[in-house]
Design a protein around this ligand. Sequence first.
Ligand code: UD1
Ligand code: CA
Length: 490
Amino acid sequence: MNIVILAAGQGKRMKSALPKVLQTLAGKPLLEHVLVTANQLVGKAKTKPIVVIGHGASAITAYLEQILKDHPGLANAVTVMQKEQKGTGHALLQALPKLDLDEPTLVLYGDVPLISKKTLMRLVKLADGKRGSDSALALLTQQMDNPTGYGRILRDTEGAVTGIVEEKDADRQQKNISEINTGIMVLPSGRLKKWLKSLRASNAQGEYYLTDVIAMAARDNVPIRTAQVDFEWETVGVNSRDQLAALERTHQHVIAMQLMETGVTLLDPARIDVRGKLSCGSDVVIDVGCVFEGNVSLDSGTRVGPYCIVRNSTIGKQVTIQAFSHLDGAVVGVNSIIGPYARLRPGADLANDVHIGNFVEVKNSKIDSNSKANHLAYVGDSIVGARVNIGAGTITCNYDGVNKHQTIIEDDVFIGSDTQLVAPVRVGRGATLGAGTTLTKDAPANQLTVSRAKQLSIQWQRPVKQEKTVASKKTATKKIAAKKTAKAKK
Ligand code: UD1
Ligand code: CA
């Protein structure tokens, strides 16, 4: 099967420097949603989706190159240039040389992101997918209460499709038709050359309409079959920012419903945003205002407090993530407690029963079981053993301005508050660091290491403010007044 994604339009109504198909829905460009679905349909077949580009072509090409690096499977697409946007028929004509004429052609739109694989499979089946010129033509249509703006499906008295008329070319009677063209269709490729080349732009918009091939198919006695979508949102297109925002909410609602179906508790399904893939075990509870990005998994019994951001992280069973925590590229073990206001950065790898408290930042560090950093600390490029206590205000000084260095803290270490560990440095098993220590050399196991000036007590008198009496205040005012008159006389 050939898949052509039309994406050359400008998207004027977005009023954006970014091409419309690169605007994001659920954190992903519109075009990426379509590409993911297209690649699922193609499966292991060697055919690549063909993307027709025009407006913002260089940005789209750059994007495709980028995702080729990030997700090699996905960018399995080729582009075709449509220099001037002369209509959807003209757009498909540009892709014609790249089509396998023995296979049917599925036409998708770069700005209709949520069309499902299931619906498309049904449509492809309907077209019968035989040899290119022998297959039927399948149209995805929809009944709409308000069909304004869409092309209308024309049928004869028997109900057979005879053509499509665009809104701008429709007469009053045709405008009353409520069955619309979603734009998505499967075409017999072998006939496309003849049909597309005979398109004329003699219509209200002066464009070469792809929709005009439907009447040609009817004339050529090609069977025209129609299918409908399961959900209306599948064929919603994005033309403006309000439509994009509305579709985002619809999509998030669908995701929220799916999560709840799998046994997740959402305190408010209207207040969650999933921008990627969120997998949850049973009895996960998610409070309001959380954002999940990339690949996130939350194992059974884990609770996420309000207003957390979790990106590309793997969270074990029975973990508690408290309000306002920010996790990115982290692994959190069973029973751990994170936050409130904790920050786990890429490479934070926590074993079970670890506690990371408020205003603690962990980056590229392994922390073994039952260790704690409960308040105001920075743990970077470190290996921390089990049962370690990291006191408030402790900082690993991992960066000398050029290089990053490692800190190793062995099992059962106790680090007093406000300690700086100047890496590279190692704290031996069972060692204690006194509060305020600046550790520049390794600390031996099982000893107390402290670097601190000796405490002194000296007799002295703290300067005391002179209490101003009412009388002294009066004389002060007089003095000022006298100065002023003296100045004036000068
Ligand atoms: C089109 C259909 C209409 C249908 C509607 C569904 C035609 C003539 N009309 O109308 O029947 O109800 O979609 O949303 O097909 N594009 C190009 N090159 C061009 C023109 C468009 O690549 O020269 C791309 C656009 O980027 C967009 C898609 O084709 O992704 C649809 O184009 P658009 O101008 O939005 O068509 P509509 O007027 O919405
Ligand atoms: Ca459109």
